[in-house]
Every structure is written in C-alpha cells, then in structure tokens.
Design a protein around this ligand. Sequence first.
Ligand SMILES: [Zn+2]
Length: 114
Amino acid sequence: MHEYSLVQSLVERVEAEARKRGALSVHKLTVRIGELSGVDPELFQTAYDTFREGTLCARAPLLLERVAATWSCPRCGARIPRGEPLHCGACDVPARLDEGGDALMLNGIEMEVP
Ligand SMILES: [Zn+2]
C-alpha cells in the first residue's frame, strides 16, 4: 500500500534526524496532509501505528493536520472560492493550487535530547 511506503520513509527520515541530534526517543510527530496529496489520513495513521513498533518513534503519537486545497490567481492573488471554475475572471489566467494542498509534509518533530 502507498501509505506504508510513505510512512516508512517518514519514520526513516525522523530516525535519521533524531540520531543526528543524539535524541533518545521521539515524543511527537506532526505531519500535514494536503487534500489533493492522494494520501488517506486514516490509512496513513494505521500504517504509522503498525510501522513505529521497534523504531525511535515507538512511543510518539502522530498528529495529522489536514490541509484543504485552495486555489488562487497567480497574477492578482485573488482566492478562487470553492466550487468555482479554476480560473481568474479578472486576469483571464488559470488558477494555481496554493502551497500544501497537494503535499505531504513533515511539519514537526519533538524529541528527547539528553
Ligand atoms: Zn487574477
């Protein structure tokens, strides 16, 4: 499953980060999931709970922040309301997806450093 490989690379990245700082364990992870990232938050959470066993993240809860997909005009910056055509009528240009709407991002790691 897609989510498992994402969780695997997430945990590997967090462990590498933790080792680099000499951390004993990780306390909490925060990950932002964009609405259009193609990642299912429930599956991601389940995959994480399975995968974290025996890693530095074993006791670290995962906090998922869902990021709604929003669109705006790359020229004038106007927000395109939800459900409207993805196009700025004033500038006659296609709208652009705002940052984070299609991304999976590691947003924070809390770890115990001796
Ligand atoms: Zn515009």
